[in-house]
Design a protein around this ligand. Sequence first.
Ligand code: BES
Ligand code: ZN
Ligand code: ZN
Length: 501
Amino acid sequence: MTMMPNFSLAASTRDADVVAIPVAKGPLVLGDGDGSGIDAAFLEASGFEGKSGEVLVVPGPTRTTVMVGVGPVAKVDAHVLRRASAAVVRASWKRTSVALCLLEAVPEGMDRAEAVKALVEGAGLAAYRYTVHKSEPKPCRVAEVTVIAEVTEHPGLQRVIEHAGAVVEAVCLARDLVNEPPGSMTPVRLADVAVEVGERAGLSVEVIDEEGAVDLGLGGLLGVAQGSDHPPRLVKMIWNPAGTATASVALVGKGITFDSGGLSLKTGEGMMTMKSDMAGAAAVLATMSVLPVLKPGVSVVGYLAVAENMPSGKAIRPGDVLRTRAGKTVEVLNTDAEGRLVLADALALAVEDGADAIVDLATLTGACVVALGSRIAGMMGTSDGLRDQLQAAAHSADERLWPLPLPGEYRKHIDSDVADLKNIGNGRYAGALTAGLFLKEFTGKVPWAHLDIAGPAFVDADDAWVAKGATGFGIRTLLAFLDAYVPVGADADADGADEEV
Ligand code: BES
Ligand code: ZN
Ligand code: ZN
């Protein structure tokens, strides 16, 4: 597991190697730090503008000062602070201890706990780098991050630090799982990790193996996996709060440990990042792993639909028909549209288990990446209330979701000539929506939201607290969502009936 820094509170910067001081923009307003001796005239002369995330590293005889921009005073919020602490850690990569005097930038009236949480997240997530296979690894050496706050605040903030640290750990766990080469992160291995991590955290974990999948009729999962030498797994991770749960929420993750496309083989280029096709499952696993720390008031069941999509003499062929758990048959016309096949079974199980709401995360379509790029996930669903709550949670996490429709007019595009459904739409248009419409078929009357994370789950460059490679996108959104969850109903027009017009 990639190391992450230890987080603590202190009243003074003591013997930290690096002291970070906020600078607000125009006219420059510097935090005090503990008297770095740096003044506004010096900063202006060096061209420093105080823009959000801008840093100036000023080495000194005993310690280094990192001046970090936070933009205009009036606009300082959790997002700005998260970015600022991330920038500080990136600028302090080879130092051991960093003291953050960034609460000095928190405006009157802003929740200090929110601010501290953002600082810990920014610092912890920016310190991540996947170095497991490097002969000369250059990991972040920052081992200690100290948030400077007045002593009287410490008791109240201690728990905030611990919780935020646990969240960072979960995101980094998901990043590690996705970054690991697909030859070693096989379905069986991912299921083993879920058991190990889940049980250590205090969850109950059930694993359905190939035989179990046959017994349960998980035809979508089995169909996708049949071309691979690695058998599939369906993992259930369960969290129940103490006392009466206010509702039961299901989280469903697409866990294709490698997506070659199957017989509808991807191009060499298209396959290069396809170890990331398990990012939805990794996000669900990681989210589940911190619930015993964060203790939301809802029951949560995580479903990981885990398989490898490979071509072989045993693989499903375009034209084959699969019978899913829900009894609906699917004509597979493109074996590369495999995510919806494994999710169909997992969604059906969530419905059967009596979920009050379902949220799925899946690196589902290239079309969604074309539409929204690498920072924004597409969101579809059957409940305005659910989508609103997810949107609010995403906002607090600084992860972006953009609403996409599930147009009844397009439902006919997934009609099959020979089965109940086909697994692709007509032509190349609206690929993210036809995928969403397909999933909707398996959600019954349960309020459901689908997050297509194909873009933001895996990126090609570091950016603030986002690490290159696997990002862990969605975990902090889900945690904020579960923490604030209030029961919802489905939209009046989304009762599971086809909305054909
Ligand atoms: N895993 C891919 C989607 C994907 C593409 C994720 C790019 C991340 C980056 C998915 O299984 C897939 O291949 N979808 C096809 C569906 C098509 C055949 C209907 C796609 O989007 O091309
Ligand atoms: Zn695919
Ligand atoms: Zn896929």
